[in-house]
Design a protein around this ligand. Structure first.
Ligand SMILES: *Cc1c(COP(=O)(O)O)cnc(C)c1O
Length: 419
């Protein structure tokens, strides 16, 4: 007899998915299931794992730090792991991001970004309170981040509490100017505080991709109208798009940038919101009412910061860029197999992220295609989790050619099974 677990899982409808897959271990690109079988983690455990599970340098550093200092209040106190990490972050992120604010997740990093932007305008005494967002965006699941994200079945019950934002369309290929004109028009009105966007790839919105030129043009428009540009690099950061950060493809320095997921290599929860000197300076005052009033209990947890320092050390000591380039090439070859397969459309790739849409009549997020394919992949010991009818692969950088072959073979088989 089994007793039902009291756990309520995220993004999980327990009525149709009663069984959770129990995982007992992780190493490299693989997870170990309770029955001992190895499962390829083709989505990097929800886009967080970059160098592979349980990288020895990250784990060793965590162990070392845990014996020295586990946690300390970060108001009025500091510690070496945070100081080292902040300095290293200034070196690797675009020039002009000069201050680092710590939090615990992508959602909180975005909340902090929005509060920084609104605080900036408040403190400089200009009435700008509107946030502009892009269609199909995802920035998190808190009330604030849902407000700036795509509205739909995910947030319908909370809709009355979400604040109003202005929205520009997604820059569909060859129609980028439509979006740019809409952005220009909104920003020209003078009441826009900030534009928030996922650079180059909209993740949860369905791995939608747009060009670096468009990113650059959006940034130019914001600059022209004095609108703060917030880059949500929570998913695109840490090499996913082929460069360390997606903004580098467009040589753009955002006013505010959010980083999380791969920040600790995917080992511990940590996030940072980085900003320009102007934003910091607007809060810098002997007038204590201008303090940036934000904190979480675990702000800059020393163990998590040490893990992030270890992540950056791996970027320096191991051929990470080479791995990324190799993975990107393997992904291209994998996708190419489906170019003339009429069951798939919109084949697309940016760096290590590859995606395509499977042609089905009912293609919303709640279409049963996703769960059916997910179950099929699980039966093949492959962790792939379609977004509606979008299939994508985003494995860790240590993934081998054999692993990539397995992913695309399984996708072909899955389509045979389904259609
Ligand atoms: C995942 C994600 C978030 C939210 O991060 P959490 O750590 O899940 O709160 C925010 N923005 C983007 C672009 C993301 O992909």
């Amino acid at each position: 007899m089994t007793t039902r677990s009291p756990i309520w899982h995220p993004f999980t409808q327990h009525a149709v998915m009663p069984e959770m897959t129990k995982i007992t271990g992780g190493s490299g690109a693989y997870l170990t299931k309770a029955d001992g079988a190895k499962m390829l983690d083709a989505i990097s455990s929800w886009w967080v794992v970059t160098h592979g599970h349980c990288h020895p340098h990250v784990i060793g550093t965590i162990k070392e730090q845990a014996e020295k200092l586990d946690q300390v209040i970060f108001a009025g106190h500091t510690h070496d792991p945070a100081e080292r990490l902040a300095r290293q972050l200034l070196e690797v992120t675009p020039d002009g991001l000069d201050y680092v604010f710590f939090s615990d997740s992508g959602s909180t990093a975005v909340e902090v970004a929005l509060k920084m932007a609104l605080g900036y305008w408040h403190h400089v005494g200009e009435r700008r309170q509107r946030i502009v967002v892009m269609e199909h965006s995802y920035h998190g699941d808190t009330i604030g981040t849902m407000s700036v994200g795509e509205r739909g079945v995910f947030n319908q019950p909370y809709n009355p509490l979400l604040f109003d934002v202005a929205k520009v369309p997604f820059p569909v290929k060859a129609q980028e100017q439509v979006m740019l004109d809409a952005l220009d028009k909104l920003c020209a009105q003078g009441d826009v505080a900030a534009f928030i966007v996922e650079p180059l790839v909209l993740g949860a919105g369905g791995m939608l991709m747009y060009t670096a030129e468009t990113l650059r043009a959006m940034h130019e428009i914001c600059k022209k109208h004095g609108v703060l540009f917030i880059a949500d690099e929570v998913m695109t950061g840490w090499g996913r798009t082929g460069k360390m950060f997606a903004c580098e493809h467009a040589q753009v320095t955002p006013d505010i940038a959010c980083y999380s997921k791969g920040l600790t290599g995917g080992s511990l929860p940590l996030a940072v919101t980085m900003c320009s000197g102007a934003i910091y300076d607007a809060h810098y005052s002997t007038d204590r009412s201008k303090t940036f009033f934000h904190s979480s209990s675990y702000t800059a947890n020393p163990i998590a910061c040490a893990a992030a320092v270890a992540n950056l050390e791996i970027w320096e000591s191991e051929p990470v860029y080479e791995r990324i380039e190799r993975l990107a090439a393997m992904q291209s070859a994998g996708l190419a197999r489906f170019e003339s397969d009429e069951r798939f459309t919109n084949l697309r790739q940016r760096g290590t992220i590859a995606a395509m849409d499977i042609q089905v009549k009912d293609h919303g997020y709640l279409s049963d295609v996703g769960p059916r394919l997910y179950a099929f992949f699980q039966s093949k010991n492959l962790l792939l989790r379609p977004l509606g009818n979008t299939l994508y692969a985003m494995p860790p950088y240590c993934t081998s050619q054999g692993d990539i072959d397995n992913i695309y073979n399984a996708i072909a088989e899955g389509a045979d099974e389904l259609l």
